[in-house]
Design a protein around this ligand. Structure first.
Ligand SMILES: [Ca+2]
Ligand SMILES: [Zn+2]
Length: 480
């Protein structure tokens, strides 16, 4: 039941919809692009002379692969862009940066990885390709420890144990293509279980909760004031499916007040586009509420960039569908549009609506902060919230940001709770006045519906406790 609720947090952040089931999702958290060929090259190595560039003379077919040919690079730049001609190779990704084409990671320099990406070919046409894009982007003062890849051999050993150094830290686990990992157990070196099979109901909540099925898996230690510091470190057991390996990146920062850079993506919301350098009015209002809520934790935020997704890509992702088993490949594809961002930031996606009445979602609890181009790299909110009674776009957006920075719900839909915070309000099942098994916002008035991290957005909760503010101020994504 524990895992079920954590998945609920991730995918149905604030709706009253039925929880998804836990069947395995589609494989491949992190795979090479696999884009069909559309020209004479896919990478520079394919060219006897010149480099592999976009064919600017080819007809613009929306949704088709970028046509590529061997030619001399132009004198244009390779940094930020708003159109193809800004880039030496004519490839301007929808995240607003120039990129070079590739087939696999070996084609990329400087720690970049080769991933599927979408390029702006005009204001109405997006085309895809394999592109070299940054992987880990961290604010000054944050260290990243990249451990050697650990082998996953699921046929002989479906469970692997990894040592985890003392916190506080955020670890992100990136399995090789075709493999998946989930958290099975986290323990102290003396065997004390902090998360695992013996903790799983309201009477035995985990001491250090983990969103065990996050894609990618992330793990914050300690994850709250009630979780021990563990100076000797931890033993972490992962369940693996598929064969391959897993890369572990452990991030450490210096907790304190800071600023959050936001990269805003508009995905098929009618009329939503930048107004000069400013966001559209609806988003400005939501950001004003976000600033007001986060100021209680001494955190500020600013808009670092804005991106309008064009064409069929926007049409397809404007309404995020789920599969019958509760997964959302479209949401994962949306978060991967962060590919190409070149500065540490939180990607924020605005879509028209989400399946099953969901209002928003986070790419993890916490999200993979600083890791770009992954299936969890961002938060999403539905513009359909605008005009709905008892809902606020700003509060839902900030709730998802709270998840991404490391906050769990104060109470779940059934009154249970998993977070490791000592001072947050609890709304237990005794408050289910109408006996329908759902702890609605109205039933939890005075018992947590006022809190930002209440499970339902219909309380319009904005409050943060001191322990929640401490978690937020520890987020490695903040600029300090
Ligand atoms: Ca009820
Ligand atoms: Zn939530």
């Amino acid at each position: 039941m524990r895992s079920l609720l954590l998945v609920l947090c991730l995918s149905l952040a604030c709706s009253g919809a039925k929880p998804p089931t836990l069947d395995a999702g589609p494989p491949g958290v992190d795979c090479p692009p696999g884009v069909a060929l559309a020209g004479e090259c896919q990478r520079d190595a394919d060219c006897a002379s010149g480099v592999c560039v976009a064919d600017s003379a080819a007809p613009l077919e929306d949704g088709a692969p970028v046509p590529l040919l061997c030619a001399p690079a132009s004198a244009a730049g390779d940094g930020l862009c708003s159109q193809p001609s800004d880039c030496a190779r004519g490839v301007c990704l929808v995240s607003g940066s120039c990129a070079g084409p590739c087939v696999d990671d070996a084609d990329c320099d400087g720690g970049d990885v080769c991933r599927h990406a979408w390029a702006l070919r005009s204001s109405e046409v997006a085309q895809d390709l394999g592109a070299c894009v940054p992987r880990v982007l961290l604010p000054t003062g944050v260290s990243a420890e990249r451990l050697p890849r650990a082998a996953l051999l699921s046929s002989s050993a479906p469970r692997v144990t990894l040592p985890l150094a003392a916190g506080p830290s955020l670890s992100v686990f990136l399995p090789s293509c075709g493999a998946e990992v989930s958290a099975h157990r986290l323990a102290l070196m003396d065997g004390t279980e902090l998360f695992g099979p013996s903790a799983g109901d309201a009477d035995h909540p985990p001491i250090n909760p983990i969103a065990a099925l996050g894609r990618p898996l992330t793990l914050l230690v300690p994850s709250g004031s009630d979780a021990p510091a563990a100076p000797d470190g931890y033993a972490l057991e992962l369940d693996a499916t598929g064969e391959g390996s897993v890369e572990q990146i452990t991030l450490r920062g210096v907790p304190g007040p800071g600023s959050l850079a936001l990269q805003l993506f508009y995905v098929g919301v009618p009329g939503w586009a930048p107004v000069g350098d400013a966001p559209p009015p609806e988003v400005q209002a939501a950001l004003a509420e976000l600033l007001s809520i986060l100021s209680a934790a001494s955190i500020t935020a600013y808009v670092a960039g804005q991106h309008v997704i064009p064409g069929q890509l926007a049409t397809r992702l404007a309404v995020l569908d789920e599969t019958p088993d509760g997964h959302s490949p479209e949401r994962e594809e949306l978060f991967a549009l962060s590919a190409g961002l070149r500065q540490p930031a939180l990607p924020v996606f605005f879509v028209r609506a989400m399946d099953r009445g969901a209002l928003g979602a986070s790419g993890g609890i916490p999200g993979p902060q600083g890791v770009m181009a992954s299936t969890g790299s961002g938060v999403v909110v539905a513009a359909s919230i605008i005009g709905e009674e008892r809902l606020s776009l700003g509060a839902v957006l900030t709730h998802e940001v709270g998840h991404f920075l490391g906050l769990f719900h104060t109470s779940e839909i059934n009154g249970s709770g998993v977070e490791a915070l000592g001072d947050t309000p609890v709304c237990d099942p005794l408050h289910d006045a109408d006996g329908d098994g759902v702890l609605a916002a109205g039933e939890c008035s005075g018992f947590g519906s006022e809190n930002l991290m209440f499970w339902s957005g219909r309380g319009r909760g904005t409050e943060l406790t001191a322990d929640q503010a401490t978690i937020l101020r520890g987020a490695v994504l903040l600029e300090r």
